[in-house]
Design a protein around this ligand. Structure first.
Ligand SMILES: NC(=O)c1ccc[n+]([C@@H]2O[C@H](COP(=O)([O-])OP(=O)(O)OC[C@H]3O[C@@H](n4cnc5c(N)ncnc54)[C@H](OP(=O)(O)O)[C@@H]3O)[C@@H](O)[C@H]2O)c1
Length: 233
C-alpha cells in the first residue's frame, strides 16, 4: 500500500497545463485522478489517452458542480482530494474590460473554487479526512497595474484558503494554497496575451509540487502555513 492508496482526487481544468500534468503524475503515484474540464471533446480524448476517468465540468456552473461531484462519488467512492486548478487569465486596463470578461474570471477563478469546495467539504469533514489544494498565484501576493480582475479573483482565494485552513484543520481536512509565479502553460496565449516564459516553471514542475503537498499528509500545519495544529484550537 502506498500513501496514495487509490485515493480519488478530482482535478478541475485538467485539459491543459498544470492540471493535465498533474493527472499523469497522480496516476503514476497510485491515486485515482479524475480528469475534469469544460470542453467535452477534450475531456473524452484526454481521459482515454491518459487512461483515467473523465467528466465534463464547467466550474462556472454551480448546478453542474453539484451533479457532477455527486456522480463522481457514486462512480468512484469518496472524493479524498480536490485540486481547484481551473483558471483563466485576463490582462489589460480595468476600464477596457467588458462586464462579461469580469464575470467570467470571477465565476471561474473565484466562485468555481468556492463552489467546488462547498460541494466536497462536508463529506470530507464527516470522514475526518481529505485535502483541498487551491491554485492561487503570486498575483495574490502583490498588486500591479493591468491585472486588477485576475488579482482580485486570486486575492479572494488567498483569503478563502487561509480561513478554511484554520476552520478545517481541527476536523482533519487540509486546505492549502499553491502560489506559483509564471508557468509555461497555455494560460496567457488562451487569453490572447504574449508573455515571455523563458523564466517560468514547467507545468510538470508545478504538478510535482502539488503531488508533494497532497502526499505528505503532515504538510501544511507545520510547514506551509507556518502554524501548527495547536494554533487552531
Ligand atoms: N500559468 C501561470 O503562469 C500561472 C501562474 C500562477 C497560477 N496559475 C494558475 O494555475 C491554474 C492552471 O493554469 P495553467 O497555467 O495550467 O493554464 P492553462 O493551461 O490555460 O489551464 C487552465 C485550465 O482551466 C480550464 N478552464 C478554464 N475555465 C474553466 C471552467 N470554467 N471550468 C473548467 N475548466 C476551465 C482550461 O480549459 P480549456 O482547456 O477548455 O481552456 C484549462 O484546462 C490556474 O488557476 C491559473 O490561474 C497559473
Amino acid at each position: 500500500m502506498t500513501v496514495a492508496d487509490n485515493k480519488t482526487v478530482v482535478v478541475t481544468g485538467a485539459t491543459s497545463g498544470i492540471g493535465l500534468a498533474l493527472i499523469s503524475q497522480l496516476r503514476d503515484a497510485g491515486y485515482v485522478p479524475i480528469l475534469t474540464g469544460r470542453n467535452a471533446d477534450k475531456v473524452t480524448a484526454l481521459a482515454a489517452s491518459h487512461k483515467v476517468p473523465g467528466y465534463c465540468l464547467d466550474v462556472a456552473d454551480a448546478q453542474a458542480i453539484a451533479s457532477v461531484t455527486a456522480q463522481i462519488e457514486a462512480d468512484h467512492g469518496p472524493i479524498w482530494g480536490l485540486v481547484n486548478n481551473a483558471g483563466i487569465w485576463l490582462e489589460g486596463e480595468f476600464t477596457d474590460y467588458s462586464a462579461k470578461e469580469i464575470k467570467s474570471v470571477m465565476d471561474t477563478n473565484t466562485l468555481g473554487t468556492i463552489m467546488m469546495t462547498h460541494a466536497v467539504l462536508p463529506a470530507m469533514q464527516s470522514r475526518g479526512s481529505g485535502t483541498i489544494i487551491n491554485l492561487v498565484s503570486t498575483g495574490a501576493l502583490y498588486t500591479r497595474k493591468m491585472i486588477s480582475i485576475y488579482a482580485a479573483s486570486k486575492w479572494a482565494i488567498r483569503g478563502f484558503t487561509g480561513c478554511l485552513e484554520a476552520e478545517c484543520a481541527p476536523k482533519g481536512v487540509r486546505v492549502m494554497g499553491f502560489y506559483p509565479g509564471k508557468v509555461n502553460s497555455a494560460m496567457y496565449e488562451t487569453a490572447g496575451i504574449e508573455r515571455n516564459l523563458d523564466v517560468a516553471m514547467t507545468p510538470e514542475q508545478a504538478a510535482a509540487m502539488i503531488v508533494t503537498m497532497l502526499s505528505d499528509e503532515t504538510m501544511v500545519w507545520g510547514q506551509v502555513s507556518g502554524r501548527s495544529i495547536e494554533d487552531y484550537g
